[in-house]
Every structure is written in C-alpha cells, then in structure tokens.
Design a protein around this ligand. Structure first.
Ligand SMILES: Nc1ncnc2c1ncn2[C@@H]1O[C@H](COP(=O)(O)OP(=O)(O)OP(=O)(O)O)[C@@H](O)[C@H]1O
Ligand SMILES: [Mg+2]
Length: 443
C-alpha cells in the first residue's frame, strides 16, 4: 500500500495505474447517493474527488477507499450531487480563481458541503485565498493517507455548522488591514475548579464588554476544547475552529488568523471557537495552544480565554501564559472547597498571586454563605461580585450576553465593571492570612 503521494510535487504522473490497488476503480458520479454508506462518513456524507486530471483524481480516490465519486470539474459535480451532505477533495487543478469562486458560493449557500484542497505547493497567499473561499483544510503533498482520511472525517463531522454568510464578511470587526500591531495584548483566562460556576457567562460578557470599550481588537478564544459553548452563547456559527488554527500553526500570520476567527457582529468581538467534536481536543497540545495565543495577542489588545473546570496540559499551559486569571467561584461549600484546592494547585505551580482575580458569581443568592467569610477562607479578596439574576439564563438561551440584552441589570453592570478593570490594568488584592502570612509568596 502506498502511504504517501510522493510524486505530488509535479503532478506529472504518467501512470496512476501503477499505484496500489490497481483493480480498484473510483466510483462514477452516478454512485453519489451510495457514497455515504460505502465510506461510512459521519452525517451520512458523500465523498467526492475533483480534478481535471483523471490520474490524479483516481489516485486520490484510491487513498480514500471504495465508493468515492470523481468528477473532472466542480460544476460537473454540482450538477449531480444536489444539496446532500458531501465532502469534496479538490485536487491541485482546482487552485484556480474560477474553481475557488465556486467553492466560495457553495460555502456561503450550503453548509452541508465541506471542501478540502490538496496542493503540491502551498504559499501563504494560496492558504489565505482557500480559507477565505471557505475551504475547510489545505493539505500539501506528499499526502499522508491517514492524514487525508482523518481530515475527511473531521470535515464530515463539521458539516452543517458553517455560517451563512461567512463571518469574515461581517462589517463591524476589524479588517485585516486594521488589525492591531501595537503592544502585545493582555491575556485573560477565565477558570474555575468547579464546573458550571459561570466561566463561559463571565468570559463572553467580559469579552463583549471589552470589545465595545476598547479601541483595539478583542479576541475570545474558547479553550474548553471538548465542550466549549462560547460560540453558542454568542449565537455564532463558526466556520473555522481552534483545530483549524492549530493545524495551520506553522503558516499562521495576522491575516490568516483573522480569517480563522468569527465575528460577533453586535460588538465586533473576534471569536475563535472550540472544535465541533470533543475528540478533536485530543490532538491539541499545550505548547501549540501557547503558540497560538502568542500570535493572537500580537494582533489584539485583549485575549480572553474561556477554560474548562479541570487541569490538563492545555489548561496549565494557558494559565501560565496568562497575564490575568479570573478564578470564578460560586457561593456554596463545594465551590469554595474546590476553589481552595485550585488556589493551592496554582500556588504549587508558582502562579503569582497578582495574576489571580477572584470573582464571586451569584454572590447575592439567598444562600447562607457570607462573602466576607468566603474571602477569609480563601485568603483573597474578590475583585467582583456578580449577582444571581434570571436575566443570565435568559440571555444564554437567546445567545445574547447580558451586557447587551439586559444592560441595566446589576449583573450586567458588575460584568462591565470587571471588564473595565482590565482596560485600566487589573491586579489582585491579596488578603493577609491570620498572623499576617500571605497565602502565596509574591513574584
Ligand atoms: N450570575 C448568574 N445568575 C444566574 N445564572 C447564572 C449566573 N452565572 C451563570 N449562570 C447560569 O449557570 C449556568 C452555567 O454557566 P456557565 O455555562 O457559564 O458555566 P461554566 O463554568 O462555563 O460551565 P462549564 O464548566 O460546563 O464550562 C448557565 O446556564 C447560566 O445561565
Ligand atoms: Mg463553560
């Protein structure tokens, strides 16, 4: 079995029949309706290869197994597959403005089409053009068969989740030319050791409030790679996710980064969404995420990262790379117990106390715990008390943060105030522990 398409550089392959599995013939276009079941793609998606060179398209089809449609042109394919879910592998002949315009039209009008471009030579310009046209991924020769199969699976999983119109067309966010080239932005992670404590509510509202207040770009990154819901809370259907950014990490530049982010139109916030499938999270390392964050902060004034409620390689790396850690605690005993454990862990990791901003969420609930008692137990003053208010779940369900949908509520005012503290340069207010001892050593 040939694992690599080693001769992709030229695409001057005279005899594709010399490749493996000579008995296999790629499916005819009339097979399209059966493809989903043959290749077993998620969402019952069909799979097709398009290239004007028959040898190239047959070779690519062979890499993907039985039942793959082939077509000499995108328009030919289009006339046959209708609106059914389909993953289309674009061969190198499709690196052409006319073909990419067809892909762009598909991606705008039909979220059930996922295109993957295979090219012999990848330039930054081509990558930009392809991603802007809505291509989900670009693979460069030599093609690794497993990589191709994985990419097809990933794109098939994401079908139906692409936005119309594409986010890069939105008006209020900065364009590539307007991207910030000032001082590296502040990185703010929103973390808790207790699930459901309100991290995503706080991260999305603070990010939106900052985007409205700041004259520099503000980016929200969903770092809850398995079950991130920041995009849902902002009613955004992301075209690209953190996975796409990580897979292009070596080629990222400001323009490309911008193309991979979605725009929250009411505020101009740029959003890099979590992967569409929890399993994609396994492919991402802490080191890669830190590289991504470093690039994002180079084009933004503030980068807000919504995290899950556990420590792992990615979470620890992001916490270490942050300027501020918003530590969210609810006002009940399990919350306080877990936050105390979290603080101890952060201390063991030598995270400076100055970075930590304790935020008490649902601080006015009719619960028995007293804020002052909680602060005393944790040996740290809270920088914000966010009240409990039914407007929050209502706003979550509407996909419109409270700072926009209920700006006069106390909860919105508290979140605005928290955002403002980051514009003005936030710092933690450590509390003297009994006997004058601080919980953490400074520095
Ligand atoms: N101040 C508040 N008042 C009322 N409800 C709130 C408040 N903060 C959060 N909630 C509710 O709590 C629920 C959980 O909030 P959220 O999703 O932000 O938690 P999370 O910490 O991000 O959870 P996860 O650990 O699963 O990521 C949401 O449904 C939200 O409506
Ligand atoms: Mg969350």
């Amino acid at each position: 079995m040939t694992d690599h398409f080693t001769d992709f550089d030229s695409f001057g392959l005279d005899d594709f029949s010399s490749f493996d599995d000579p008995g296999h013939e790629a499916g005819a276009l009339s097979d399209v309706e059966d493809f989903g079941s043959d290749v077993g793609l998620p969402n019952g998606a069909a799979l097709a290869v398009v290239d004007n060179d028959q040898a190239v398209r047959d070779y690519l089809a062979q890499q993907l197994g039985q039942g793959v449609a082939t077509a000499p042109s995108l328009l030919d394919l289009e006339s046959r597959f209708g609106m059914s879910p389909i993953v289309v592998i674009l061969g190198p002949s499709c690196v052409d403005p006319t073909d990419l315009a067809v892909v762009e039209r598909w991606s705008r009008t039909n979220p059930e089409v996922g295109a993957i471009l295979v090219t012999s030579e990848l330039s930054t310009t081509l990558l930009h053009t392809a991603l802007r046209a809505g291509v989900k991924d670009v693979l460069t020769a030599p093609i690794d068969q497993m990589q191709l199969v994985d990419t097809v699976g990933r794109v098939a999983e994401s079908l139906g989740s692409m936005p119309v119109p594409r986010p890069m067309m939105a008006g209020s966010a900065p364009t590539m030319n307007e991207l910030d080239d000032g001082e590296p932005g502040q990185v703010i992670t929103v973390f808790s050791t207790k699930g459901g404590s309100g991290k995503s509510v706080i991260a999305t509202n603070v990010a939106v409030a900052l985007a409205r207040m700041s004259d520099r770009p503000v980016v929200l990154i969903d770092g809850h790679l398995q079950f991130g819901d920041a995009a849902v809370m902002l009613k955004i259907q992301p075209q690209h996710t953190v996975v796409d950014a990580i897979s292009q990490i070596d080629k990222l530049d400001p323009g490309l980064l911008r193309d991979l982010m979605s725009v929250h139109e009411p505020s101009g916030l740029l959003v890099m969404a979590a992967p569409t499938e929890p399993t994609f999270a396994d492919q991402i390392t802490g080191e890669q995420m830190v590289r991504l964050i470093e690039m994002v902060r180079s084009i933004a004034g503030h980068v807000i990262i919504d995290l899950p409620a556990y420590f792992n390689d990615v979470v620890l790396s992001l916490i270490e790379a942050s300027d501020h850690i918003v530590l969210v605690a609810g006002l009940d005993i399990p919350n306080i117990k877990n936050v105390k454990i979290g603080l101890t862990t952060l201390k063991q990791l030598s995270v400076p106390l100055e970075k930590i901003q304790l935020v008490l969420n649902r601080a006015d609930s009719k619960v028995k715990l007293d804020v002052a008692e909680v602060e005393k137990t944790l040996h740290i003053h809270a920088v914000a008390h966010i009240p409990s208010d039914v407007v929050v779940p209502i706003s979550v369900n509407k996909g419109s943060p409270v700072v926009l949908s209920a700006p006069r509520s106390e909860v919105a005012k508290a979140l605005e105030q928290l955002a403002l503290s980051f514009l003005n340069g936030a710092s933690a207010r450590p509390m003297s522990a009994p006997g004058g001892r601080r919980l953490f050593k400074r520095g």
